[in-house]
Design a protein. Structure first.
Length: 164
């Protein structure tokens, strides 16, 4: 497996700009809260580490990953933000419900990003089981929340650069 024993959150080879000038929204799904809280900690701590201020980080919870799309839309509609991070954890159950949620939220957050011309980051774990989720929320494969923060900062910087 290509990801076996690999820290997927290793951005040491990539330069992360300062986040001081940017405002971020974070939408966190309550489903699998032990996982999503760990994703949130990773995202929040890295936004701060790279210069974002607490007053420029706006955090809201939604019931499940399916509602992340609506949450991101509401934040961009009502707040002046440079990027929105969506955090969730969808774990396969007995039925195809998993597939519908994952596809809906992936397509949904992408559509919101295009709608507002703002970066909306897909920080959603879509795993076969809880262990895979734990491994990607601060475990052996890193923290998807860290990755989401780095991506949000880099995309906000890109948008600022191109705006001139
Ligand atoms: N099974 C998981 C869900 N299910 C709930 C949906 O996201 C949604 O809230 C519901 O269908 C009502 O619209 N959500 C997750 O985030 N993770 C899951 O594993
Ligand atoms: C991904 C889900 O919604 C899942 O938890 C639902 O489980 P099931 O497919 O067994 O109903």
């Amino acid at each position: 497996m290509s990801t076996q024993h690999k820290n997927l959150s290793d951005f040491s080879g990539s330069e992360i700009p300062s986040a001081l000038a940017y405002s971020f929204g974070i939408v966190v799904a309550e489903w699998n809260a032990e996982i999503t809280n760990a994703l949130y900690q990773g995202a929040y701590e890295n936004l701060i580490k790279y210069g974002a201020t607490a007053e420029n980080i706006y955090t809201y919870q939604v019931p499940g990953s399916f509602e992340l799309t609506a949450g991101a839309d509401l934040l961009l509609k009502n707040l002046k933000l440079d990027a929105v991070i969506c955090l969730g954890c969808v774990i396969q159950g007995e039925t195809r419900h998993f597939d519908f949620i994952c596809n809906a939220v992936a397509n949904g957050v992408s559509n919101v990003s295009i709608k507002y011309s703002k970066p909306v980051i897909f920080g959603v774990l879509t795993t076969d089981n809880h262990q895979q989720a734990f491994d990607r929320a601060g475990g052996k494969h890193g923290n998807k929340g860290d990755e989401a923060a780095f991506t949000a900062i880099k995309m906000a910087h890109l948008a600022e650069t191109l705006k001139g």
